[in-house]
Design a protein around this ligand. Structure first.
Ligand SMILES: Nc1ncnc2c1ncn2[C@@H]1O[C@H](COP(=O)(O)OP(=O)(O)OP(=O)(O)O)[C@@H](O)[C@H]1O
Ligand SMILES: [Mg+2]
Length: 351
């Protein structure tokens, strides 16, 4: 399972089609509707306003942040705020420089080109992009070998919006060509409550404030998860109650979907449970831990661990994964030793 599938798995058991349709229906359409991210919103607002006032094209924008925080949403907002059309593609879709040349050469003036997962673009395409971003020009190579010639092609000014979950993987020359970089942060519970109220309104679901707060608290700081949990709670409320989302209904529904009070799901608890019960809190190597929970290394490392680390439940150390005291408390277990050594510092092999 990779990152994206992992994010899907997370409490997302409904059909992809419905999922995507609902997701786009719930997307804020302009900056005012976009909840949270005050810094990025203010900075981007300035960039776009200034460009509009100049009657020009906005600078290239790079958006980085974890899945589901609103990068695609913001890219669409950039186009909407500029009154410009948007072309959507992604790094993995551009395998050859020619693919990129075809897209670039068909852009119209002021158009927004949204390049999702920009860190996964091929090298030659990346190099073509450097020139396109800076000089609005590409060299189309015709022919092969010593006889090959580069035909320069002028491009209309456009705005590239790049999105990445891994800003660190972008080569510096690419990163530096963006006039503005927005780092998306995880959302505060109060912000997620606003996201939930907004979505509930759009979905025509009645939600009381405590119900929204209950869902927000389990949403891992991520609007996509908040929206997904909201839909599952709505289903439960419709089937088991009168359709209104209260705190009790939300808690009961999320219990059914195995999302606990802190937002941990089945996989997270399996990882934590194995670390505590089988390995005494660690340190234990990632491979061993993954085998113990019957998952791929990558799934444990990329899907479960980031959230567990962020929550202060698990630490990655040079000697392996270690549970924190909060992990023992969260699973209602007592740390094995009370002899002054920090829990989790014990070595399985007695070395
Ligand atoms: N600031 C926000 N306010 C309200 N809703 C939001 C906000 N950010 C995201 N959402 C909701 O969360 C969903 C996911 O957002 P989006 O698709 O933009 O995330 P992403 O960062 O592009 O994720 P990925 O990295 O997986 O592509 C959207 O459908 C949108 O409804
Ligand atoms: Mg996206």
């Amino acid at each position: 399972m990779n990152w994206e599938e992992g994010a899907e798995r997370l409490v997302g058991a409904d059909a992809d089609g419905e999922d995507q349709a609902v997701e786009s229906a719930l997307r804020p359409k302009n900056l005012d509707e976009f909840v949270g991210q005050p810094k990025v919103r203010e900075q981007l607002d300035l960039v776009l306003r200034a460009a509009r006032a100049r009657g020009g094209t906005a600078d290239h924008v790079l958006l980085s942040g974890a899945p589901g925080l609103g990068k695609t949403t913001l890219a669409m907002i950039v186009a909407a705020e500029m009154g410009a059309p948007i072309r959507i593609t992604s790094g993995p879709a551009i395998q050859h420089a020619g693919d990129l040349a075809a897209i670039l050469s068909s852009l119209t003036e002021g158009e927004v080109l949204f390049l999702d997962e920009i860190h996964r673009m091929s090298r030659p395409a990346e190099e073509m992009l450097y020139m396109a971003m800076e000089d609005f020009r590409v060299d189309v190579i015709v022919g092969k070998g010593p006889g090959a010639t580069a035909i320069p092609l002028e491009l209309p000014p456009f705005t590239l919006v790049g999105a990445t979950t891994r800003a660190g993987l972008l080569p510096p020359p690419l990163r530096d060509r963006f006039g503005f970089t927005g780092h998306m942060e995880f959302y505060e519970p109060a912000e997620l409550e606003r996201v939930i109220h907004r979505s509930a309104h759009l979905l025509d679901v009645e939600t009381d404030p405590e119900g929204a707060a209950e869902i927000a608290g389990r949403s891992r700081g991520t609007p996509r998860i908040a929206n997904r949990l909201l839909r599952r709670v709505r289903d439960y409320a419709q089937v088991k109650a009168d359709g209104v989302i209260t705190r009790e209904i939300a808690a009961a529904a999320l219990g059914v979907y195995e999302v606990d009070a802190r937002g941990l799901d089945r996989l997270d608890r399996a990882v934590l449970g194995a670390l505590l019960k089988l390995f005494g809190g660690g340190p234990v190597g990632l491979s061993t831990l993954s085998v113990a929970v019957g998952e791929e290394r990558e799934t444990v490392e990329e899907v479960a661990e980031p959230f567990l680390v962020r929550e202060g439940l698990l630490a990655r150390t040079p000697r392996g994964r270690v549970a924190t005291p909060a992990a023992w408390a969260h699973l209602g277990l007592a740390p094995p030793r009370q002899n002054g050594g920090a829990p989790g510092q014990q070595d399985l092999f007695g070395a």
